[in-house]
Design a protein around this ligand. Structure first.
Ligand code: ADP
Ligand code: MG
Length: 688
């Protein structure tokens, strides 16, 4: 009898090379192998007749190899071609040609006389129906026939050193020899539909398609539930931490708002009142503020900080880059020093303290707001009385980094902000333990942004347009993609690029900005651009986040195909910040359908959520969140997009368990504590 937790190497029937191949996939225990789920299934009860027409839907066919041949093309390249005939061929059936280009190993695996199952898209080539590079499996008439055929057959993710047959046979045997002891279920009863054992059998060797779907639902729910339990546990732990109310009576805030040159949008007011409620409550705030670039998140952050300061606390405002921290620092000093607030700056490159006499709070001459970069985390910045932490562009920080600033007693309130809108299901996953506020409205005074994709060959026309804009006294960003700025080579490329642009845009003044320029110089360059002393900024993506120059209304992105959609959207957010109409030109010489489809999204919409959805469609969620955001869980079976509904159910169930039992102390909840929060915790260590 096999136990679910047993190591595979303890079973004496798995040969060493296979064990090693499995280990490379991270599969070491029986449980690991049983949760190595099929990628898809094939109905091998009865195969359809060979098609006479092509189709875009891949199909699964079975036949006998009647002929094989190898042809050469272009010198050393080879095509291996086989002719497959339907087993019950009749006068009307047409043979199927399967072809593989330059795959020598396929040739070694297939011989005339064999029976073969193939899976692929049939295409018309001349008069023949062909499948190019189909997936295939050779039928071997042996005792194991019934495992691989005449059933709904699992197809696993392709792996080196492990054929479909081998994986299938191993899993089949595990399922048959698994001990009868009931498997610990991962699901609460209201979600569980049947037993885990049945679900495992059903996902690998289903009796019917319905059975497969039911099994899949059970396992996806288990996985999502485990993840949501980890999130809910963290959320619960945060909310039972001892916190304090950090909310003044709002007089300072009134003064600030009264002095602003604009009215808040409805969305901003709504979010400020949400934040205010959290600040007033004695348990710690953990709130995410999502708002498209330019939607005015900084004002909300300031409002929150003023409320905390008025109650006698300090606030920290952390931004991911030097430029952004400096910009926030400048804005805060301009707006808040007239109110008597002391603001300090802490970045790796620069530290500055301004301590005029404070009018508010009990801090007497001490800093009330500290603005900074990561330096806030690592340098010894001491806060005597930290009440609020605001983190801008939080996706640039890791979960652990955030914790450095926020894991202190008593717990400060935390407001994290992001301009990367993400689809709701993803929010529930990646930011599952945060309350979410959304600014879904732009300030009214914004000019429109027009986005156009242009082929690189049109550069002369584009240049003419740029010059017109510069002549109309608008300013320009030219963005070029340097992937890794640490390389000397890239710096050289940047400099060359810059010379080129300087010539092209004569006599307008250009400045160059990239990551290797020293912080102080970067700051001066930005400042000259902001003041309009430079007309064009030739830059890498260091200007990506948060930079605010309302008169810069034109952006040209070179090699636009190299950027992700969300990143382009972020970049585009640098323009359209003033009342003038803005133009974003995406230059590319890549005509592939993928690039065309991708860039067309930006021409169609300016809405960050729409862009995020499209980006998700095109590339999957990983890229959406950027590299620093490692928050995506490693899911084995669930699909965040397809299974959104199941995620909601799993989340509700997890939340309600913790609502009744915040520390998981009830006897009936012990299994969750052990099985999920502890054991699964490591899988989901990164979700925030
Ligand atoms: P983001 O959400 O991208 O961080 P910012 O907070 O930098 O946006 O705001 C962008 C610009 O819009 C700033 O110049 C800011 O002063 C201005 N702004 C913010 N709120 C409003 C508003 N309600 N009406 C007009 N302008 C606003
Ligand atoms: Mg911002």
């Amino acid at each position: 009898m096999i136990e679910i937790g047993q190591l595979l190497e303890e079973l004496d029937w798995i040969p060493r090379p296979k064990l090693l191949a499995l280990r490379r996939l991270g599969i070491e225990t029986v449980d690991d192998l049983l949760t190595h789920y099929p990628r898809r299934h094939e109905d091998r009860h009865q195969f359809p007749h060979f098609p006479h027409e092509e189709s875009d839907v891949p199909i699964c066919l079975c036949g006998e190899v009647v002929k094989t041949s190898v042809r050469r093309f272009g010198g050393w390249k080879k095509i291996f071609e086989i002719t497959l005939e339907e087993s019950s061929a009749n006068a009307l059936s047409a043979p199927l040609i399967c072809r593989w280009f330059n795959l020598h190993y396929v040739q070694k695996m297939i011989a005339t006389g064999q029976r073969l199952v193939v899976f692929g898209k049939p295409r018309l080539r001349g008069k023949r129906i062909c499948m190019d590079h189909p997936e295939f499996e050779v039928i071997e008439d042996d005792a194991e026939m019934s495992i691989h055929f005449r059933r709904i057959t699992p197809i696993y993710p392709a792996t080196e050193g492990l054929s479909q047959r081998v994986l299938r046979s191993m899993i089949y045997r595990l399922l048959n020899e698994l001990s009868d002891k009931p498997l610990e279920t991962l699901l609460p009863s209201e979600l569980a539909n049947g037993e885990r054992r049945a679900a495992l059998r059903g996902i690998h060797f289903p009796e019917s398609w319905e059975a497969r779907d039911a099994a899949s639902e059970h396992l996806v729910l288990s996985e999502f539930f485990a993840m949501q339990m980890v999130i809910a546990a963290r959320r619960s732990k945060a909310s039972i931490r001892s916190g304090e109310s950090h909310c003044g009576n709002g007089i300072l805030l009134e003064k600030f708002l009264g002095a602003l040159s604009f009215e808040l949008t409805r969305a901003q007011s709504k979010v400020i009142s949400e934040v205010r409620r959290d600040l007033a409550a004695s348990h710690p705030m953990n709130r995410l503020l999502q708002g498209d670039v330019g939607s005015g998140k900084t004002v909300v952050a300031i409002a929150a900080m003023l409320l905390a300061i008025e109650a006698g606390y300090q606030a920290a405002f952390m931004a991911p880059t030097q430029i952004l921290a400096e910009q926030h620092y400048a804005v805060l000093r301009r707006w808040l020093e007239p109110l008597g607030i002391c603001i300090a700056l802490r970045t790796g490159a620069r530290q500055e303290d301004n301590a005029p006499l404070p009018l508010f709070g009990q801090t007497n001459g001490a800093t009330q707001i500290t603005v900074g970069t990561h330096a806030l985390l690592y340098e010894n910045v001491s806060f005597s009385n930290l009440g609020l932490v605001v983190i801008d562009e939080q996706h640039k920080f890791g979960v652990a980094q955030r914790a450095l600033l926020t894991d202190r007693e008593p717990a400060p309130d935390v407001l994290v902000m992001t301009a990367t809108p993400i689809p709701r299901t993803l929010t529930m996953t990646v930011y599952g333990d945060l309350d979410v506020s959304i600014i879904d409205e732009m300030p009214r005074n914004r000019g429109k942004i027009v986005t156009a994709v242009r082929d690189s060959s049109k550069l002369p026309d584009v240049l003419m347009f740029l010059r017109e804009q510069l002549e109309a006294r608008r300013q320009l960003y030219v963005i070029y993609p340097l992937i890794d700025e640490s390389e000397k080579l890239n710096v050289k490329a940047a400099a060359a690029e810059f010379e080129l642009w300087r010539e092209r845009l004569q006599p307008f003044r250009c400045e160059l900005l990239h990551g290797r320029i020293p912080a102080q110089e970067k700051q001066d360059i930005m400042e000259r651009f902001r003041r309009g002393e430079a007309n064009a900024l030739i830059s890498t993506t260091v200007i990506e986040v948060g930079v605010d120059v309302p008169n810069a209304t034109v952006m040209l992105v070179e090699n636009a195909e190299r950027f992700g959609l969300s990143q382009l959207h972020q970049l585009r957010g640098r323009i359209g910040r003033g009342e003038h109409k803005s133009y974003c030109i995406l230059l590319t010489s890549d005509e592939s359908p993928e690039t065309v489809a991708k860039l067309a999204v930006l021409e169609k919409t300016n809405n960050g959520f729409d862009v995020a959805e499209a980006d998700w469609d095109l590339r999957g969620p990983g890229d959406l969140l950027g590299t620093a955001q490692s928050g995506l869980p490693a899911l084995k079976i669930g699909d965040l997009r397809k299974d959104a509904q199941l995620m909601r159910r799993a989340r509700e169930a997890a939340m309600s368990i913790f609502a009744d039992d915040p520390r998981l102390e009830q006897p009936e909840n012990q299994r969750f504590r052990h099985l999920i929060v502890e054991k699964q915790g490591r899988n989901f260590a990164n979700v925030s």
